[in-house]
Design a protein around this ligand. Sequence first.
Ligand code: 0A1
Ligand code: ZN
Length: 879
Amino acid sequence: MRTETGQVFKLKDYKPTDFVVERIDLTFELDPRETKVISRVILHRREGVAKDVPLVFDGDELTLDGLQLDGSDIDPALYDVTPDTLVIRGLPESAPFEVTVSTTISPETNTALMGLYRTNGVYCTQCEAEGFRRITYFYDRPDVLAVYTVTIIASKDEAKYLLSNGNYLGGGNYDEGRHFAAWFDPHPKPSYLFALVAGDLGLIEDTFTTMSGREVALKIYVEHGKEPRAGYAMDALKRSMRWDEEVYGREYDLDIFQIVAVSDFNMGAMENKGLNVFNDKYVLADPATATDADFANIEAIIAHEYFHNWTGNRITCRDWFQLCLKEGLTVYRDHAFSADQRSAPVKRIAEIRLLKAHQFPEDAGPLAHPVRPESYREINNFYTTTVYEKGSEVVRMIRTVVGAEDFRKGMDLYFERHDGDAATIEDFLACFAEASGRDFKQFSLWYSQAGTPSVTVSTDWNEAKKTFKVTLEQSLAPTPGQSRKAPMHIPLAYGLILPDGSEFAGHPTGKEAADGVLHLTRRRQVFTFTGVPGRPVLSINRGFSAPVNIAMEQSTADLAHIARHDSDGVARWQAISEQATRHLVEASRLARDGRNLPSARDLADILVATAADDSLEPAFRAQALTLPAESDIAREIGSNIDPDAIHAAREAVLSEIARAGLAVFSDLADGAPKGPYSPGAADAGRRALAGIAMNYAAIAEGSPARAKAAFDAADNMTTLSQALQVMTQNFPAAAETRQALDTFRTRFADDPLVLDKWYSLQALAPGAGTRARVEELLAGKDFDRTNPNRMRALVGAFTSGNPTGFNAADGGGYRLLAREVVDIDKRNPQLAARLLTAMRSWRSLEAERQEQARLALVSIRSAGNLSADVSDIVDRMLA
Ligand code: 0A1
Ligand code: ZN
């Protein structure tokens, strides 16, 4: 493990390497504890680099076994080696040369899950961002592109399949029960895209014929016995391949595309060239074990990794500061794919919810950073929702600014001009500037200024003159390291809805407002509409065209007018959600002061009417009925948060809505599709509506009976887990709930992915008492603390999804997290650091909880031997 060195990496220090790598040949002799790695690298000195400049390769916890130059041992006086660097002097001045580096590594004891490790007896690698340097000494940076040949030797018993990137070259028997396989990847790639997998696995196969008629072999490897659960992933893969051809003209470029599902993985999945490695959670699904949400996630992540083949692999990043170049763009592409496969407005609503729930708090707290950071201590800590989700929103805004046609032109230009490059955000923006003839200078602030902009909107209707004036004013609060900010280019999609519900067709004067978008570029701007027949209602930031906070005094009646008439479904949801948020914020404040709560009648009326409106998609109705989460309310309140007051207020509102709509909810709760399960969007939407209706009905009835009956009758995991969730959230202490949990545990005892749900549901039960249950589960004799999915399912769910449990006033939740973080850090720093980010909003809590949280953070900081990952996060949180 790399411990803290305090070293800070800066964007402005970028410098190309002194030597240029031409190709690399790797040989692996696999063994659980003593894997031999021989790396032959052909390089030459970059033009203009002085002849006394040494070659400096990266390493991480390595030991060197041998070092040769063009086949002869290098004199030890000519090199220096430590576990994390290899420096070789006296290398040829201009001619190419070959350096052979031999190392021995121990996959079995590699608990960080970076580099080459073992999971369930399978050898597997994870090299992004800096894992390759745990395999061999090399230039482990994304701007060093090389052609790889890989030979793998292993025992036949232990590893039936020997896989790496690219096309299969051949293989055969070796010695003493061992065999080998060789792979060649013709596309130059950076080391972070290298992959090796070897093991005894189950396999499903298919083929895909590309747009130019080439047949590509498709293979998905999973644990034996799980093959039937890989079918949906295969289907999603083929749809992704077709979509990228149809929408972006991008064809796959190897003879084979492989996916391997493993059970120990730090993230969701990894786009290694031609050999994607997945967390098995995002591959395995069938109706009995996966929910609709699981199916949707699998579809999205399969697409995401596949789309990286062009946005990430063919065009990669010059340095890790440019991470959003591949991630923001690829998230944008997978969102568009899912929107095409499912309901576009419902997909957008889910994206907005996620962005506000995760990215907005990150941007408002101590871990805020620009979409393209300018410095970092540990790059692993920058695989964030800001880089990914806000990065995607920025690409979406580019499309809003230039329009669909020029967006596609810009993308085509990007693919054409930068294929084979390690590129930058400037390269990317230049393509859209050129395609559209626009200047992106101000727009590029979205990449460099952190924080969520606020836009204050005020309107003025002049009945006599029939003019409507919209005044917009933007501001951006300071974030760590950035005290002063410049005004940004904020594209705000809008509509003016007239009293009769129709939309005003005119535009304000001036070029800053064409195509239904107000382009806010100055601090304050006024847009005037003339000839408006009657007082309109402004629907602003429609579809969340810009990731900003809008502050506008809008009456409940006006919000209801938008909710009823807006031509844009997302905007209708935004109006409903705004009304719910306002009410909940107000109720939480009153609850905090011990006062009586206001009636939620108006809100209940809108929600119940929406629930009952058969002309609306079920999935949309389900979204509308899902109240803002407690964490959303907390974010809106902003400071001096009392999670108990928010919980009490939200429960009261839920119960008022439930009672007002009991007849409707009771009906809808039975509306899940009957007959064979299909994971498609239409059926999933009906199940979502039935599930939320069941929750309201159970709340109104004050009894778990309905949910227990649904649990007993369920024939698919979606309904089963919905029913269990209704029980654990609302009736955690009921006998029925205990009984259902026991049944669930027994039925899925041999299925870790399903058991993860069992852990999460218990961790999410509200109230201070849940911590004791979490401790009990952690202490269970079969609880596996080394499995990232399991830790996230229990500790992650408790700390980031259970505001009243985690933030219990005695600080016990914080102490639990601190203890686990320090413990996990010894094995898996990345996982520890990520779990710790659950405390990123600690400064917005009320004073006593803040103090408890601070003490817990300080206790982490004072634990010895922290990893770079954890110390970076804890230091930023305490700064
Ligand atoms: N590039 C991957 C995410 C990823 C990043 C780091 C990892 O290391 C443990 C693994 C995966 C993606 O965007 O899907
Ligand atoms: Zn990605």
